[in-house]
Ligand binder design. Structure first.
Ligand code: PMT
Length: 398
């Protein structure tokens, strides 16, 4: 997640059994390029050892308020000033209460009051403690002050009971962190509508016509736009887990996608259609499951609406074109026919690009010419496409 690269994150771990998951979190943050300083409360030390974090993050791990600052300053002041974010994960009911009250008798409390970096709190505790009005009130106080509360999940708890209170998964926490750090990015204040996945056109109640689109390129676009500050509506027919802090509208058919895109585009600044929309649908889908018969089965197909061609507006419109031959000629024809600002010509003839895989090979094509990109991760492709969108939006404003 490139938006975390080089960011100074204070990971504060508190005394919950979920503290062991913070080791994985520290590792994921480190792999994402973040510079992670770890604070362990006295109670956290009962569950995890400083060495686990030091070995992973290769940076400071401290628990004592009186730990000397390696640079000769005052530790909590220096850490607080340098931080890009303070992430408390897992956060116990006790720590949440302390943060809400502003207690400053330990290292975490002092940093929380000293820093002006955003505070993210990921609670983990037994359901009754989490649902108690006191805890909820303290969380509401933190939210009112601008903190991001990463809701715990529902599932098996340390007591053996099942309920709400499980620490959110590391991927979700990283998503919230990236979204929070990106709030002032170059797409801040913009609303981007992104489509993803292959539409499903029903044949009967159990069968459909579709294609090989996994939705990965569209989801990468949605996450990258979110991490650059945009408000994102993702209209998706894909089966991927929803990205955090993105509004996801689930659809199946091209007709449903058209309606969702039309609604979302009312106040959009840009529409990016990475979805592989089925060009045809079955004219009369059967209401009962079709039975195998002796005669060949013939399906009558009718053309679907062209979403990109029909949704016009003052907003920037970006199409994708998956091609197996004559890439630029075919994509250029779509650029002109649909009156687009930009088309992402997608060479899907190779195994490492296009449908389903993690990488992509594209050429960005507009009226002024073509920019061929090398094989990149879908996230990197998304960033390059968004660079163009930022430029197009700036040109419009000018
Ligand atoms: O989802 P992944 O597995 O990550 O794969 C990504 C991808 C290969 C699906 C993606 O990068 C891509 O290329 N998407 C476009 C697929 C395509 O071939 O579209 P098209 O050439 O049929 O249509 C051109 C453009 O018009 C597309 O932006 C499409 O969304 C849009 N369209 C098409 C048909 C239709 N009825 N309405 C539309 O709006």
């Amino acid at each position: 997640m490139s938006s975390l690269r080089g960011k100074r994150i204070i990971l504060a771990v508190t005394g919950s059994i979920a503290a062991y998951k913070a080791v994985q979190l520290a590792s994921d943050l480190y792999k994402a390029g973040a510079l992670v300083d770890t604070i362990l409360t006295a109670e956290a030390l009962r569950f995890v050892q400083p060495l686990s974090f030091a070995a992973i993050t290769h940076r400071l791990v401290a628990s004592d308020l009186w730990t000397p600052d390696p640079g000769g300053g005052v530790l909590h002041v220096e850490l607080a000033a340098a931080a890009d974010a303070l992430l408390v994960a897992p956060a116990t009911a006790h720590t949440i209460a302390r943060l809400a009250l502003g207690l400053a008798d330990d290292l975490l409390g002092c940093i929380a009051l000293s820093t002006r970096a955003p505070l993210l709190v990921a609670p983990a505790m037994e359901s009754h403690m989490y649902q108690h009005p006191t805890t909820q009130q303290h969380l509401a106080t933190l939210r009112e002050r601008g903190a991001v509360v990463i809701e715990p999940g529902v599932g098996h708890l340390a007591s053996g009971a099942s309920g709400v209170g499980r620490l959110a998964e590391p991927a979700e926490i990283l998503g919230y962190l990236a979204a929070t750090l990106g709030r002032t990015g170059d797409l801040a204040g913009r609303h981007l509508v992104v489509t993803a996945g292959g539409t499903r056109e029903p044949i009967d109640p159990v069968r459909f016509i579709s294609n090989r689109s996994s939705g990965k390129q569209g989801y990468a676009l949605a996450e990258a736009a979110r991490d650059r500050g945009a408000r994102v509506t993702l209209v998706s027919s894909a089966e991927l887990p929803p990205p955090v802090a993105v509004q996801v509208v689930r659809v199946e058919t091209a007709q449903q996608m058209l309606e969702a895109v039309q609604a979302a585009c009312r106040d959009a600044d840009a529409l990016l259609m990475a979805a592989a929309v089925a060009d045809y649908r079955v004219a009369h889908p059967a209401t009962e499951k079709l039975k195998k018969g002796a005669a060949p089965l013939t399906l009558e197909l009718v053309e679907n609406p062209d979403i990109l061609a029909s949704v016009r507006g003052p907003f920037v419109r970006v199409g994708f074109a998956a091609e197996t031959s004559d890439l630029l000629a075919n994509a250029g024809a779509k650029l002109r026919a649909k009156g687009l600002d930009l088309i992402v010509a997608n060479d899907v003839s190779a195994r490492d690009a296009g449908f389903g895989v993690e990488t992509n090979r594209v050429t960005l094509l507009d009226a002024s010419g073509a920019e061929e990109l090398p094989l990149l991760s879908k996230r990197e492709v998304a960033e390059r496409v968004l660079d163009r969108v930022v430029r197009l939006l700036a040109e419009r404003r000018a």
